[in-house]
Design a protein around this ligand. Sequence first.
Ligand SMILES: NC(=O)c1ccc[n+]([C@@H]2O[C@H](COP(=O)([O-])OP(=O)(O)OC[C@H]3O[C@@H](n4cnc5c(N)ncnc54)[C@H](OP(=O)(O)O)[C@@H]3O)[C@@H](O)[C@H]2O)c1
Length: 248
Amino acid sequence: MADKKLLQGKTVLITGASRGVGETLSCHLARHGAKLVLVSEKGDDLKQTQEKCQAEGAPDVDTHSCDLADPKAVQTLGEKLAGQGVDVAIMNAGVFVGGEDDPLKGNPDEWDRMFRINVAAPMRLMRLLAPGMKDKGEGCIVCISDVEAVHTGPRHAAYAASKSAYEASYQPFEWQAAPVLGRLSTLHLLLCKRAGNVAQTSMAEETGKQGGQGAIDPHDVSEAVLLAFRCSANCVPEEIVLKAARPQ
Ligand SMILES: NC(=O)c1ccc[n+]([C@@H]2O[C@H](COP(=O)([O-])OP(=O)(O)OC[C@H]3O[C@@H](n4cnc5c(N)ncnc54)[C@H](OP(=O)(O)O)[C@@H]3O)[C@@H](O)[C@H]2O)c1
């Protein structure tokens, strides 16, 4: 049962909102009264998410089409959003590059782009949005990561490296922000416990990781994100690990 007051008055940024985890999450938070700022690269699917969120009762849904691989575009977006005030930033957009068996194969230029999207863009946005949260005395940044950040398997070297770097970038922020915000503001959400237990999204299809193994429903990811707002002001779930309960 949705509690419309849970996120009432909060402006929530969700990157990668056009599909997959981000789309489901956007609709979920719309049901809980959040004002939404949705970002993805392509506009068409994003407009569909916007319409779904409006139908779910979101009081306000703003959309921005932005290539997160483009530092200038990210800077412009971040400055604009900082001026509007963002209470919650959910850094969800991500790409997967490199499914080869040999981790050293693949195109390094694609790795560079992946690092710009998976690491540099959320860091830049955080840098621009965190001061506003500090001024308000509260805020929340949600890092949608991957277990491959900490449990790398025999493949996916470049992707795992990007997610490790992404998570590492949040640690200093936690140290800096905690005394100012009064509560730790960063929620690390690791989607899966073991490689192979992946959310059912287009990324999962692209990478072919599902392969008959258990998959996490993006609705469960959304519920995990909401835990940060259901806890008392004295507590924040710093790290959540989701894993599929059984193979499919
Ligand atoms: N699904 C999994 O198996 C799994 C497992 C663990 C962790 N994760 C993580 O969960 C997050 C969401 O994954 P997902 O499975 O929902 O992915 P997805 O279905 O492939 O969706 C990716 C989202 O990121 C956006 N995006 C990609 N490149 C972009 C760019 N250059 N600029 C702006 N937006 C861009 C896409 O927008 P466009 O539509 O415009 O391309 C889309 O909204 C990612 O960070 C991923 O690493 C996923």
